[in-house]
Design a protein around this ligand. Structure first.
Ligand SMILES: [Ca+2]
Length: 440
């Protein structure tokens, strides 16, 4: 996964979520203007990666203006503070961005090097991804596995004005171009993210909220921790002492105070929207979201500049229009419109360690029990590694088969998929037989 970001407070949550999710690997971070100017976004991206113990992840600086060369009309310092961290005056990072390569060049290069494997989660405007698209359409349309863009307001009001959401408003031309490119784009906007709110209590209990240190919030990788946790806690100059319950959580709590005041002032609620983390989660847990597919156009001028309008496909239009496409059909994209709020908030609370514990799935108690039984823990870890590898291989195989089906009937394709599943079970059972002997 490449995270394209303008940190930003909820961007910081999103980056931490990605680093704490064993389902994904973050291979690079690219910066963009939005909540802050691009230069500060670069600095802040470096800072949070170092703070969260992953100074090894490379950061590439993105574009400084919109794709049509307009400088940003408004920087959201009233939402995120002048420093992007709620005016908490953090020290500068000790690491540096990669020089000599732009964000767009990095996206193109990574997509071409690992075709079908890389997802870009774009947490700001679409500028960097659309520049990559212009530079190498094949890289973005064919070789990127997916693009998840946090943006748009489809059947709700915007958040810049009644029609526009901030990320799309920041570069509507880039969004319109990307959404019509034929790339595998999923857009998740305010229809979904304004239903995901961290409460004041959630925020206050981040980092342990003064709770005593235990297995679950010890930053050192415990025996039951997923492999990525070990990477996420590599030594760093900025990371707090390992004795504190969850330094990442305390940092989130500190920077969220300013962001929460903005919510109190504008919507009268003591809580914060989880916009950016929703996009990261959607990239690896699409099952928690309800989506629709359709052509999307973005207003690029006038009163409704930045508005995202989707053709839901409920009417056969008499005349061609900007959504049906003139000359060629405008490709459809996926739009997230619904979400399992309870489950998503459960994952957020678990991964952000609300209350300092492990939350719903995998709390401290669970891990302590696993630590007490080395054999069970070893088997569980080995199985988890196997499942991850098998899922990746299976997906690739299934997609290969899917492409080969061509115009096959649905029932025939389904039968083939079921056979594929049965064969997998056969392979697993023959491996067990090989090691421990067949069961008579
Ligand atoms: Ca953002």
């Amino acid at each position: 996964m490449i995270i394209d970001t303008d940190p930003g407070i909820d961007d910081t949550y999103a980056i931490l979520l990605a680093l704490r999710s064993p389902e994904i690997e973050v291979v690079g971070v690219t910066s963009l203007y939005g909540n802050v100017h691009t230069k500060m976004a670069t600095r802040n991206a470096l800072y949070v990666l170092e703070k969260f113990g992953r100074p090894d992840i490379p950061v590439y600086e993105g574009h400084h203006t919109s794709i049509v060369g307009a400088s940003k009309e408004r920087i959201a310092d009233f939402v995120h503070g002048a420093d992007g961290f709620g005016n908490t005056n953090q020290p500068p990072p000790t690491t540096e961005m990669v020089r000599g390569k732009t964000a767009a060049e990095f996206i193109v290069e990574t997509a071409n090097r690992h075709p079908g494997e890389v997802t870009v989660v774009a947490l700001a405007s679409a500028t960097n991804v659309t520049l990559a698209l212009r530079a190498d359409p094949t890289a973005v349309v064919e070789n990127l596995r997916a693009i998840v863009h946090l943006g748009g307001a489809f059947f709700v009001n915007g958040n810049v004005n009644p029609s526009a959401e901030a990320n799309v408003f920041g570069d509507p031309d880039a969004a319109d171009e990307l959404y019509g490119s034929g790339a595998n784009v999923t857009v998740v906007g305010l229809d979904v993210t304004q239903r995901l709110m961290f409460t004041k209590e959630d925020v206050e209990s981040l980092g342990g909220g003064g709770a005593k240190n235990d297995v679950a919030n010890d930053p050192a990788p415990g025996p039951g921790s997923p492999p990525s946790r070990a990477k996420a806690s590599a030594p760093s100059k900025l990371a707090d002492s390992p004795a504190s319950p969850d330094p990442a959580g305390s940092f989130l709590r500190d920077i969220s105070a300013f962001y929460m005041r903005f919510h109190v002032d504008t919507i009268g609620v003591e809580g914060i929207y989880m916009h950016d983390p929703a996009a990261v989660l959607l990239a690896f847990r699409p099952d928690l979201f309800g989506v629709a597919s359709g052509a999307v156009r973005v207003g690029t001028d006038g009163l409704c500049r930045g508005q995202t309008v989707m053709d839901q496909g409920k009417k056969r239009w008499t005349f061609a229009n900007a959504w049906t496409g003139e000359g060629r059909d405008r490709p459809r994209i996926t739009v997230a419109l619904d979400v399992d709020v309870e489950k998503v908030m459960g994952v957020f609370r678990e991964r952000f360690r609300v209350g300092g514990g492990g939350g719903e799935d995998g709390g401290g108690g669970g891990r302590a029990r696993m630590a007490g039984d080395g054999r069970v823990a070893r088997v569980a870890r080995a199985a988890a590694r196997g499942v991850a590898a098998a899922a990746a291989a299976l997906r690739e195989g299934a997609e290969e088969a899917y492409r080969a089906f061509g115009n096959a009937r649905r029932a025939d394709a389904m039968t083939a998929m079921v056979i594929l599943g049965a064969m997998t079970a056969g392979v697993c059972s023959s491996l067990v037989d090989r090691r421990w002997g067949a069961r008579r």
